[in-house]
Design a protein around this ligand. Sequence first.
Ligand code: BTN
Length: 318
Amino acid sequence: MKANILSSLFDLGGNYIATNLLAEQLGITTAELFNNIEALRAEGYYITYDKLQGYQLLDYENIVIPSRVKEKLVNNSLVTDIIYYPTLSSTNDEAKKLAANKQEGFVLVAGRQTAARGRLGRRWDSDVGGLWFSLILKPKLDLSSWPLMSLVLASAVARTLDNFLPSPASLKWPNDVLVNNKKIAGILLEVMKNQDKENLLIAGIGINVNNNLPGDFINSLKPTSLYLETQQKQINNDILAVLLSDIADYYNIFLQSGFTKIRQDFKERCIHLGKNITIKEANSAITGLNLDINEEGSLVLQVEDKELLVTTGDVSII
Ligand code: BTN
């Protein structure tokens, strides 16, 4: 019943509904409605009550309603289940705990995260209003090509964000999605084994949508959000539906035809191809001309008269 109440309130797009009317629509008493609303509030949903107007779901733009996402999927070949919690520590950590009993295509979404992680052990600020989720994948490919999923997913995120932005999203190797050179989204890939010793890929995706941004830079990039770039609140539920469809498209292309097409996509959006870059990793740094991104997803760098391949690190343009 709680899920039905929530989707009814969500469908009103932030408008009020009279108590009697809502109870009648759901086939419950007003007392039952009241108890369920209290339970939803305890879970972290902001539902206001006005004597004259009834109930209203506040900030519906920030909330994900799994049934509504599923209905909107244009490509539903990947997603098997979607679960949403108003608050989690980290969707990647929670997805790992649940992974043993979940199929490929399981999606775990949080309204906010209290201990989210970024790449290279960084903190990831995840205030209310952002889109924070993890997707469980089992790519039927050699484990050595799983890191390419970072580029595949970043390309899919960029394609989705183009629908909501005035200017196209760009990419920084291997996982940063940018708008006007500011970071709007990132991807964190983690590999784990389930009970059957099968490898699973936990793909964590974080997109700044309507959330407050961290004051500091995210790995040397200024952060931005869809709200900042468009000056209006965007609806997380709609973005997730488009993104999960785009991910399904890109994932199918990658599994069926390899990296070539997505490599082309990534290169077209990449901000540092043909530029002099520095790649920092732990205590070392390497500088050179970025000639290419190869079929293995590595950066091809010209350093003096040699060509070097770089497989990890943080890129900055010099
Ligand atoms: C990065 O750019 O460094 C990667 C950021 C990844 C953040 C997402 S939000 C959902 C998932 N849960 C986490 O704890 N991290 C990822």
